[in-house]
Ligand binder design. Structure first.
Ligand code: FMN
Length: 176
């Protein structure tokens, strides 16, 4: 697990290679196995592999452009009426998708949609909602982009952990 966490990076450039259905199934099973508060599973997912739809989603906000070259996107939705901590639950599912992608040799990147704007007058969430016909009762939390990597990034190292300076022992401020 730690090896995977050192290697994991956000990958935004992808080869044109498609991702086969069995591999997509693994990603989805991983997401559906995510822990959630009280086991309420407030998330739902939309799998997008249509290139025209991916291009439209790429315009949802600044920082979503790489969806245009992605082989696949999984849009993470959540039902705020089902759980008061849906933000955490949706974030865990997105993180699990990101880590599972790494374990499958895929590159992936989180694209924040919740609390982001498409334009001065329209939220990124409403923009995505319209394209995918997402019901009003559900929130669009994030979009995960996937594809076989066409860029390589340095893995993290011991240096990046920065001497555990954010970790305290027994009380805040005490060295661990
Ligand atoms: C909550 C969250 C939101 C993010 N939103 C975006 C985004 O909208 N667009 C993007 O290209 N990357 C996004 N990222 C990826 C971060 O930019 C990336 O994780 C960070 O720069 C560290 O790089 P690394 O993932 O390679 O370690 C997001 C990551 C997280 C956890």
């Amino acid at each position: 697990m730690l090896d995977l966490l050192y290697k994991r990076r956000s990958i935004r450039k992808y080869k044109p290679t498609k991702i086969d259905r069995d591999t997509v199934q693994v990603l989805l099973k991983a997401a559906l196995l995510s822990p959630s508060s009280c086991g309420l599973r407030p998330w739902q997912f939309v799998v997008v592999d249509d290139s025209e739809t991916l291009s439209r989603l790429a315009a949802a906000k600044k920082g979503a452009g790489h969806l245009k070259g992605a082989a696949l996107a999984i849009v993470v939705l959540a039902d705020p009426n089902l759980s008061d901590v849906w933000v955490e639950d949706a974030s865990i599912a997105a993180t699990i998708l990101h880590l599972t992608a790494e374990s499958l040799g895929l590159g992936s990147c989180w694209i924040q949609i919740r609390k982001r704007q498409y334009s001065d007058t329209e939220t990124a969430e409403d923009y995505v909602r319209k394209i995918l016909a997402v019901p009003e009762t559900l929130t669009v939390a994030s979009i995960m982009s996937f594809g076989y990597p066409a860029e390589s990034k340095s893995p993290y190292s011991e240096e990046d952990i920065k001497s555990f300076s954010k970790v305290y022992g027994n009380r805040y401020g005490s060295a661990y």
